[in-house]
Design a binder for this molecule. Structure first.
Ligand code: PRX
Length: 671
C-alpha cells in the first residue's frame, strides 16, 4: 500500500498534486463552496468575467428561480440581460488570446494508423464555414438540427456551427436504432440531419447513412419531413487495414433531392461567419434521455449558465492547466461528451484527445497505448470500461508508460471499490487523484464530486457537492435526513448548468422532477451520508436502470416487449452484472396457445435492438407462466429481482394473489 493510503479506506491526494491545484485544500474548498451558496451572484459573476458578453447581465436580475410547484411555474434564470455566443467564447476568444495554433483536438481513429489534429484557428474556420452551409440550407436562429454521427471531428464542428447561428442541436447517439432516431427527429422537428456514410467499430462496419434513411422515412410517416441530410464521407478515410472490410459496406444509399455531401458544401463556403448573439436563457441544445414512457424526453440546456458551469467544473474537477493533455473517452452522443469533450474543454482553451475507437481494438491495450502516445494528464472514463479492462490483467497496462497521468475520472454509474482500487493502483500508480463524478444529463455538469487537490477520497463515494450545488437527503415523507443516513437525493436550489425544461413539454418537466417533493429537484437516485459527511450514491430508486452507464427505463423496455404479437405481458428488472454494472432480466408471459421457445427469445432480443438500439439488448429472457402480483394487480418487482439473482430469500409473499407462482418462476430460470 502506498504512503498516500490512510485508515485503509481514505486516500489523500498526492502532495505535489495538491500544492499545485487550483483548489489545494479542503478548507479552501469549503470557503469557496460557502461563497457559492451564500452569494451566487458574486461567485458566478466573477467567473463570468473571463468570457465575452455582447451585452452585460442586469445586476439586479442575475439569478432567480422557483423550485416549488405550489408557488407557481418552475423556472431557473441566470444572467438575465446578458447576451453571448458559445462558439465565439470557445473559439474566437481563445484565438484572440493567443491560442490560434494550439491543438484543440488530437483525433485518434478506430485504427491506430488513423489520426489527425485540429488547431483552434482551423476549428474556428471550419465552424464558420459549416455555419454558412447550414444557413445556405435555410437553418435559422431557433431551428433544430439533428445530428447522428460517430466520433469524428465534423461532430464538434457541426455542434459549434449550430451554436454560432443560434440553431439548437439535438444529437442522437449513433448506437440508437432508426426507430429511436425517427422519434427524436420528429419530436424536435429537425430541419436538417447531419450524419456520416458509415464508420467502423473495431472490425464491425456500421451503416450509419442507411439507418438515417430508414429514420427519415419513419419520421416522415410520423408527420415530419427533414429538408436536408448532410453526409460526411468518413469511410473514404479508412486506413489500409480497414479498406478490405470497407468493400463489404454497400455504396452509400442516396436521395438526390435531399442528400448532400459535407465536403461539396464546404468547398464554396466562406470561412467567416458573424455570430448570432443569444440571450442568456436562449436554448443551446437538447439531448434526449429515457423517460418512463416510450416518448422521448428532450432535456433542454440554455446558453449563459451552461457555459459558466461546463467551464468551471471542467477546470476545477480535472484541474486542467495550460499545456495539459486531457482525454474523455465518452461518446459525444451522451451528455458526458457534450460537456466534457466539447463545451467544457474548449471553454478553457484545452487540448484534448478525441477517440473514435473502442478499448479492445486492435488489442486490449488501446486505452493505455493512447495515454502513452499523447502523454495524457487527465483520463475520464466509465466504470464499465475499467471493469472490462481489469479482466485482461496488468500485462496490457504494463506495456505502456502511464506516468503522465495526474487525474483519473469516473462517470455514469457507481464505481465498485474493487474497480476503484485497480484504477488507483494499476493505472494511477497510487499517485493520481480519482474524481468519481456524479451527475446527470439533466444537471449539465458534475454536481457531486471530489476536487482532486482538496478532497480525501473514499473508494465508491462521490464525496461532496460542487460549487453552487445544495444537496439534501429526504425520507419518503419529504423530511430532510440530517447527519448520517440515507434517502432520496434532491437539490434545493439551482446551479447555472441545470436543465431548464423538457423541449416543448414544461408540464412533464415539472411533473418528472419537482412534483414528488415540492421545493426540490429530485434526481431519482438514492444516496447515503456517512459519519464524515461523504455522500455515497446508492443507485436509482425509480423505474430506471443503468446498463454500462446507459440509463433506460424498465417501462420503456416492457412496452417494446409487449409489442410482440405472441406476448401477453412482460416485466423487466435489473440484475447485477460483473462488467456492465446492471443488465436487463425480462419475464415474459406469452399469449394463450403460444409457445415460449428459442425463436421467441431471439425475436424479442431483435425487437429491442430495432426499437431502441443494440446497447439495450436484454441479457436474459425468461418464461413466466404468470407474474407475481398483489390482489390489486400490482407486479411485485422485489420478488422478480430475487428470482433474477436466484435468491430464495424472497421475503413476505402473503400479499400475492397466487403464491405458487414464485416457485414456478424459480423452476423456470433459464440458467
Ligand atoms: O444513476 C445515476 C448514474 O447515472 C444517472 C444519470 O445518467 P445520464 O443522465 O445518462 O448521465 C450519465 C453521465 C453523467 C444518474 O442518475 N450516475 C452517474 N454518475 C454516477 C452515477 N451513479 C453513481 N456514481 C456516479 N459517479
Amino acid at each position: 500500500m502506498s504512503s498516500n493510503e490512510m485508515n485503509g479506506t481514505v486516500f489523500a491526494p498526492d502532495n505535489d498534486l495538491s500544492e499545485n491545484a487550483y483548489v489545494s485544500s479542503f478548507e479552501q474548498y469549503e470557503e469557496l463552496y460557502q461563497k457559492s451558496i451564500e452569494s451566487p451572484q458574486t461567485f458566478w459573476g466573477e467567473i463570468a468575467k473571463q468570457f465575452h458578453w455582447e451585452t452585460e447581465a442586469n445586476p439586479k436580475d442575475f439569478f432567480s428561480y422557483n423550485f416549488d410547484t405550489q408557488k407557481g411555474p418552475i423556472f431557473t434564470k441566470w444572467m438575465t440581460g446578458a447576451s453571448t455566443n458559445l462558439s465565439f467564447n470557445l473559439l474566437d476568444r481563445n484565438v484572440k488570446n493567443g491560442l490560434a495554433d494550439q491543438v484543440a483536438y488530437y483525433w485518434e481513429g478506430n485504427h491506430p494508423d488513423d489520426y489527425s489534429r485540429i488547431t483552434y484557428k482551423k476549428l474556428l474556420q471550419e465552424v464558420c464555414r459549416f455555419a454558412n452551409v447550414l444557413k445556405s440550407h435555410g437553418v435559422q436562429r431557433g431551428d433544430t438540427v439533428s445530428i447522428y454521427m460517430p466520433m469524428v471531428l465534423e461532430l464538434p464542428i457541426a455542434m459549434l456551427a449550430c451554436a454560432r447561428i443560434g440553431a439548437i442541436h439535438s444529437i442522437v447517439f449513433a448506437g440508437f436504432s432508426s426507430d429511436s432516431l425517427a422519434d427524436r427527429i420528429d419530436d424536435c422537428k429537425a430541419k436538417v440531419l447531419i450524419t456520416c456514410d458509415g464508420a467502423w467499430r473495431g472490425e464491425k462496419p456500421l451503416e450509419i447513412k442507411a439507418i438515417c434513411d430508414e429514420a427519415m422515412e419513419k419520421a416522415a410517416k410520423l408527420g415530419h419531413q427533414v429538408s436536408k441530410c448532410i453526409v460526411v464521407a468518413h469511410l473514404n478515410r479508412v486506413t489500409p487495414g480497414c479498406v478490405k472490410a470497407a468493400e463489404t459496406i454497400k455504396s452509400t444509399p442516396w436521395n438526390d433531392d435531399r442528400d448532400v455531401w459535407w465536403n461539396d458544401e464546404m468547398e464554396e463556403a466562406e470561412a467567416a461567419c458573424y455570430p448570432e448573439w443569444m440571450a442568456a436563457e436562449d436554448p443551446l441544445f437538447m439531448l434526449y434521455t429515457s423517460g418512463s414512457t416510450g416518448k422521448p424526453k428532450g432535456v433542454l440546456h440554455t446558453t449563459a449558465g451552461y457555459l459558466l458551469y461546463a467551464s468551471t467544473t471542467f477546470k476545477n474537477v480535472f484541474d486542467y492547466k495550460p499545456g495539459d493533455i486531457y482525454w474523455c473517452t465518452a461518446d459525444i452522443g451522451w451528455i458526458t461528451g457534450h460537456t466534457y469533450v466539447v463545451y467544457g474543454p474548449l471553454a478553457n482553451g484545452a487540448s484534448s484527445v478525441m477517440f473514435e475507437g473502442t478499448p479492445f481494438f486492435p488489442d486490449n491495450d488501446r486505452y493505455w497505448q493512447v495515454v502513452d502516445k499523447y502523454k495524457v494528464n487527465q483520463l475520464y472514463t466509465a466504470p464499465t470500461a475499467i471493469r472490462a479492462l481489469m479482466k485482461f490483467g496488468d500485462e496490457p497496462v504494463l506495456r505502456h508508460n502511464l506516468t503522465s497521468l495526474r487525474i483519473l475520472g469516473s462517470v455514469g454509474e457507481p464505481i465498485n471499490p474493487e474497480a476503484w482500487l485497480w484504477y488507483y493502483r494499476k493505472i494511477g500508480k497510487g499517485k493520481c487523484s480519482i474524481v468519481d463524478t456524479f451527475w446527470q444529463t439533466e444537471t449539465g455538469g458534475h454536481v457531486i464530486t471530489p476536487l482532486p487537490g482538496a478532497t480525501k477520497m473514499k473508494p465508491g463515494s462521490a464525496t461532496f457537492p460542487f460549487f453552487g450545488v445544495k444537496p439534501s437527503l429526504l425520507d419518503e415523507n419529504g423530511v430532510e435526513v440530517v447527519g448520517e443516513g440515507e434517502g432520496y437525493l434532491v437539490f434545493s436550489q439551482p446551479w447555472p448548468g441545470i436543465m431548464r425544461t423538457i423541449y416543448n413539454n414544461h408540464p412533464r418537466y415539472e411533473e418528472t422532477y419537482f412534483s414528488k417533493f415540492p421545493g426540490y429537484y429530485c434526481t431519482g437516485d438514492g444516496a447515503r451520508r456517512d459519519a464524515d459527511g461523504y455522500l455515497w450514491i446508492t443507485g436509482r430508486i425509480d423505474d430506471k436502470l443503468n446498463v454500462s452507464g446507459h440509463l433506460m427505463s424498465t417501462a420503456e423496455i416492457e412496452a417494446v416487449l409487449t409489442e410482440h404479437k405472441k406476448v401477453s405481458e412482460s416485466a423487466v428488472v435489473s440484475r447485477p452484472h460483473p462488467i456492465k454494472g446492471e443488465c436487463l432480466y425480462c419475464f415474459i408471459t406469452p399469449n394463450q396457445n403460444e409457445v415460449f421457445d428459442k425463436t421467441l427469445v431471439n425475436e424479442l432480443k431483435k425487437l429491442v435492438r430495432e426499437r431502441i438500439g443494440p446497447f439495450a439488448q436484454p441479457d436474459v429472457i425468461q418464461h413466466a407462466p404468470g407474474l407475481p402480483k398483489t390482489r390489486s394487480g400490482k407486479i411485485m418487482r422485489r420478488i422478480l429481482r430475487k428470482i433474477a439473482i436466484n435468491d430464495r430469500n424472497v421475503g413476505d409473499t402473503s400479499t400475492l394473489a397466487d403464491e405458487s407462482i414464485v416457485d414456478q418462476l424459480f423452476a423456470n430460470r433459464p440458467e
